[in-house]
Design a protein around this ligand. Structure first.
Ligand code: AMP
Ligand code: MN
Ligand code: MN
Ligand code: MN
Length: 277
């Protein structure tokens, strides 16, 4: 196990804890280096950095950008960038439309599932209304008794292609990677095994990501099984990409994700943190 965690969420997006409480928990879990990577949000970084410096944990600025690539949603993590007003604006633009999308999801759930109160219910669970996500809808569906747990909510209603999943148009791959690079950060292809792409499309994604300026891939994701980790370690090696590690912890009781504890990288990998200054 590694004590480096470069992917986790606070309640600034769809996590359960404040940035401060997240870092306090990371400290309890003996993390040595942590990046907060809220979805299209960097408003938690200052609070997290301050807490980390009190506790002697190395803090890395992070963000997880939602991208639309070939009609699919892909996540790009940005690490170790210098934030700017321009970056805040681009991310706010990427989040805009989430409320409208929530209204559409609520309408579908009411029509097809006779589930009411979704719009207000999901908004009651989110800290920043423009960050409202499928996670909050899933939590509301559990709270009102429509499903057993959030996993069931995604399986039945909210997962990609399911009846209440409203596709969203996010920023393009090139724009997301360039945004990170223009702020002196490293762009990381997040949890790549989760996209379920064919081998050909997968290679296209890696090649377009590299062409855009992408430099790393999340090999040690807590959401990858061992064979996925090994496969992505080999791909990282082949394409000379740096390797990252992350729990993708949200604090919502997800199975197998422990803040500050991530899988060790296979020895063929070059860790992304060796380039952090
Ligand atoms: P959104 O950005 O609104 O499309 O919501 C995506 C978020 O939903 C992700 O960041 C995850 O936190 C969560 N999510 C996606 N799939 C699942 C799943 N199968 N089970 C639980 N949470 C999920
Ligand atoms: Mn999330
Ligand atoms: Mn993600
Ligand atoms: Mn994430």
């Amino acid at each position: 196990m590694s004590s480096i965690d470069l992917h986790c969420h606070s309640y600034i997006s769809d996590g359960a804890l404040s940035p401060r409480d997240l870092i306090l928990l990371a400290h309890q879990q003996e993390a040595s280096m942590i990046a907060l990577t809220d979805h299209d949000q960097i408003d938690g970084l200052n609070e997290a950095r301050k807490t980390a410096s009190e506790l002697g944990i190395t803090f890395i600025n992070g963000v997880e950008i939602s991208v639309t690539w070939r009609h699919k949603t892909i996540h790009i993590v940005g690490l170790n960038f210098t934030p700017s007003e321009n970056m805040r604006q681009v991310l706010a633009e990427n989040r805009s439309g989430r409320l409208q999308r929530l209204a559409q999801m609520a309408e579908r759930l009411e029509k097809r599932g006779k589930i009411t109160g979704v719009y207000e219910g999901a908004l009651a669970l989110v800290n920043h209304p423009d960050s409202v996500s499928r996670t909050h809808v899933a939590q509301y569906l559990v709270a009102c008794g429509a499903v057993r747990n959030t996993n069931h909510a995604f399986k039945k209603w909210l997962g990609d292609g399911k009846p209440a999943c409203v596709p969203h148009q996010w920023i393009g791959l090139n724009d997301a990677v360039q945004l990170i690079k223009n702020h002196n950060g490293i762009a990381v292809l997040a949890h790549p095994a989760r996209y379920r792409l064919s081998a050909t499309i997968n290679r296209l994604l890696i090649e377009e990501f590299i062409a855009a300026g992408g430099e790393a891939v999340e090999v040690g994701s807590s959401t990858h099984n061992l064979s996925e980790q090994l496969r992505w370690a080999e791909l990282a090696h082949q394409y000379q990409l740096l390797s990252s590690v992350g729990s993708d912890f949200h604090g919502n009781g997800e199975f197998g994700r422990h803040l500050g504890k991530t899988p060790d990288l296979p020895s063929i990998c070059t860790p992304v943190w060796i380039v952090f200054k």
